[in-house]
Each structure stands twice: as structure tokens, then as C-alpha cells.
Design a protein around this ligand. Structure first.
Ligand SMILES: NC(=O)c1ccc[n+]([C@@H]2O[C@H](COP(=O)([O-])OP(=O)(O)OC[C@H]3O[C@@H](n4cnc5c(N)ncnc54)[C@H](O)[C@@H]3O)[C@@H](O)[C@H]2O)c1
Length: 361
């Protein structure tokens, strides 16, 4: 078994900084190549994070024996073809959400991952937030009883609707549902133990500007366990300006209590349980803020809206690297990615038809 995983980073833009930073903190990761169609971006990454080389030619990089895995953080519509290319070259893949921009591409990616036996993990960084992990334990232990409602919103402000790829369907493949709501679809599936999805209904549209993809969306999902209400927008106006205005909250309501997280609140994570066996008598009947592991200061990634103490990026990348080296399962694999894609696909179709729909299989 190799001791280190050689990694090529494809796409050296905004969120790739979080991936690259995290990889510099993973001892068994080797940063081999930064790749971007924009050479200046690839060079910046080499210089900033210490990649051994840079390139604009992914095909050439994929021929290298010392590249074992590819981290894809390009604009969303390119994810599908890049996953296929990397898997065909025999490389493990960690791909930014959304896994692909269509169900067909997701199915093809899953089939190839299964055929090759390579890891295909979708980067849903919130699944590695300590409060998400703690909430899942609390729910699994029955401390909030039977969950009946998951309610979430993720919203931020993208000011320039003319130049960002996010508003170009040919590069983005969709709007805020693919870009933002997908995070909380993933959180809900994970927190509720992968419930069976019975129906999906969505309202969405371009409500704030003359653009080709939706900037605002609400998805309502009926599962065998709970109803999920997942809202999103990339046109939020709140204090903090274009880079810092960011709302990211979710809550799970159960028959015996509630868990809730709000990235901007302190503490971020609060729990109420009426399950007497779980509560200190002094705390019973009130909100409690369970102690969470605190990320070391030099491992706190700089993504704008997450409390640094909860930074999930290093644990996520350690998990991926260890899974590739030891052939252990990844938390959000291609099946998980496909399920999020099926839900989003049903949401888009539901909006077009104006009625709730089942998800495909
Ligand atoms: N998890 C999160 O919090 C989060 C946050 C932001 C973005 N994202 C996702 O990450 C992806 C990238 O978003 P971003 O905001 O970093 O975008 P960005 O525009 O800042 O960066 C994308 C980079 O990819 C490069 N690129 C595009 N196509 C390429 C190709 N075929 N080959 C090589 N390089 C290519 C571009 O030149 C650019 O440097 C998107 O899928 C987005 O949905 C996730």
C-alpha cells in the first residue's frame, strides 16, 4: 500500500483554495500538480500551496504515475466529463458539489466508479462539520425522538450577474438549487439516515435580475421520516457586503426535541431534548450547547462564513485521502451523489410542471 496519495487539483479558483489549504495539512497527501485552463491561476496555486508543478493540460497530468487522485473544483457543468476522464485514467476523484449537472452524467459516473473500484467522493463539506456529526449522533440515539421536520436556508450575495459563470446555464447547468440548496439536501439525507424520498415539489425562479437560471428556490421533500423544507438564494442583502453576507442554517425538529445550527450564531449549535435520561437535571427543559471538538488554529480554513473552530475542510480531506489509501468507504459516495441529483432533477421538473413528483430511480 502506498504511504502517500499524489493529488492533482483541477480548477484553481475560489473554493479550490479551501481544498488546497486542507491538503497542505494532510500528512499523507502529496500536492503534485495544480491544473487550470487559466495558467496564471494554476501558477498562483503552485506558488501559494506548494504544488510540485502546474499545468493547463489535464490529459498530460493524468498520464503521470505519481498522480493517484484528482480534486475537481471547476465550474459545475464541467464536473461530469472531468470525473469520467479522471476515472478512465485510473485516478480516484473528489469532486465539488454538485457531483454532475445531470442525472445521466451522475449515473455514468457511478457506473464507472463501480466498474473501476476507484473512489468517487462528492465534496459536501458540511458533512464534516462537528455539529453535523454531533447532530447525527443525537438523532440516531433517539434524543429528539422521531424527526418530523428538517428546515434549512443557505443564501449569499453574488453581486455581478453578468460575468459570473453561476448565471450562465452553459457553464453552471442550473442556478441556486444546484449550487446552494444541494448542500442542505445532502445534510438532510445524512442527518436523517438516508430516508426514502416519496415526493419533491419546488418553486424557483430568477426573481431579482434578468438572468437565465434561478436565483431563488424552495424545495419541499416528503420522505418516509420527515418533511424537508430547503430554501436558497444567491441574491441575499444583509450586512457584510458581497463577500461576507451569508446565511446558513438548518434545524431538525423531532417528537422529543430539536437540534439547530446557524453558522452566524454563537454558539452555532443548540439542542433541546425532553428526553430526561439525556439531560442534566439543571439543564432539563432548556436549550443546551453541547461541547464540540475545536479545530486547531492552524487548521482553520478561511472559508468566509463557517466558524473557524468548526472548520470541516481538513477532516474531509483526511477522510478522502485515507479512504483512497486504505480502500475504505467514503462518506458521500457516488450513490449518495446520485440521490442528491435525482432529488434536484425532480425539483427542476416539479417547477416546470407545477406539481409534486416522485424521484426517479
Ligand atoms: N462547497 C462550497 O462551499 C463551494 C463554494 C463555492 C463553490 N463551490 C463549487 O465549486 C466549483 C467551483 O466554484 P468556484 O466558486 O471555485 O468557481 P471559480 O470560478 O472561482 O473557479 C473555477 C476555476 O475552474 C477553472 N476551470 C473551469 N473549467 C475548467 C476545466 N475544464 N479545466 C480546468 N480548469 C477549469 C476556472 O478557470 C477557474 O479558475 C463549483 O462547482 C461550485 O458549485 C462549492
Amino acid at each position: 500500500m502506498p504511504e502517500t496519495l499524489g493529488i492533482a487539483m483541477v480548477g484553481c479558483g475560489g473554493i479550490a483554495r479551501s481544498h488546497a489549504f486542507a491538503l497542505t495539512k494532510v500528512p499523507n497527501a502529496r500536492l503534485v500538480a495544480s491544473v487550470d485552463i487559466d495558467e496564471a491561476a494554476a501558477i498562483r496555486f503552485k506558488e501559494r500551496f506548494g504544488f510540485e508543478t502546474h499545468s493547463t493540460d489535464l490529459d498530460a497530468v493524468l498520464l503521470r504515475d505519481d498522480v493517484d487522485a484528482v480534486v475537481i473544483s471547476t465550474s459545475s457543468k464541467s464536473h461530469g466529463p472531468l470525473i469520467i476522464k479522471a476515472l478512465e485514467a485510473g485516478k480516484h476523484v473528489l469532486v465539488q458539489k454538485p457531483m454532475t449537472a445531470s442525472v445521466e452524467e451522475a449515473r455514468a459516473a457511478l457506473a464507472l466508479a463501480e466498474k473501476t473500484g476507484l473512489k468517487l467522493m462528492v465534496s459536501f463539506f458540511e458533512l464534516f462539520l462537528p455539529p453535523v456529526e454531533r447532530a447525527r449522533e443525537i438523532i440516531e440515539a433517539g434524543l429528539i425522538g422521531e424527526p418530523f421536520l428538517f428546515k434549512a436556508i443557505m443564501a449569499w450575495h453574488t453581486p455581478d450577474v453578468t460575468n459570473s459563470w453561476r448565471f450562465d446555464p452553459a457553464l453552471a447547468g442550473g442556478g441556486i438549487m444546484l449550487d446552494g440548496n444541494v448542500h442542505h439536501v445532502s445534510n438532510a439525507l445524512y442527518l436523517l439516515g438516508n430516508p426514502e424520498v416519496q415526493s419533491v415539489y419546488a418553486e424557483y425562479g430568477a426573481l431579482t435580475a434578468d438572468i437565465q437560471v434561478e436565483d431563488t428556490a424552495v424545495i419541499v421533500i416528503r420522505t418516509d421520516k420527515a418533511i424537508l423544507e430547503i430554501s436558497g438564494s444567491n441574491r441575499l442583502q444583509e450586512p457584510g457586503g458581497a463577500t461576507m453576507a451569508f446565511k446558513d442554517q438548518w434545524a431538525v425538529y423531532g417528537t422529543k426535541g430539536t437540534v439547530q445550527w446557524d453558522a452566524a450564531a454563537r454558539p452555532t449549535f443548540r439542542v433541546y431534548t425532553s428526553e430526561q435520561s439525556a439531560t442534566d437535571k439543571l439543564l432539563a427543559d432548556g436549550w443546551i450547547s453541547p461541547k464540540l471538538p475545536v479545530m486547531a488554529a492552524d487548521h482553520r480554513e478561511f472559508s468566509m462564513h463557517i466558524n473557524g473552530e468548526e472548520s470541516p475542510w481538513v477532516p474531509e480531506h483526511q477522510h478522502f485521502v485515507d479512504a483512497c489509501l486504505n480502500d475504505t468507504p467514503v462518506r458521500s459516495d457516488a450513490n449518495f451523489g446520485l440521490k442528491t441529483q435525482l432529488i434536484l432533477d425532480a425539483a427542476y421538473e416539479s417547477g416546470r410542471q407545477g406539481r409534486k413528483l416522485p424521484i426517479g430511480s
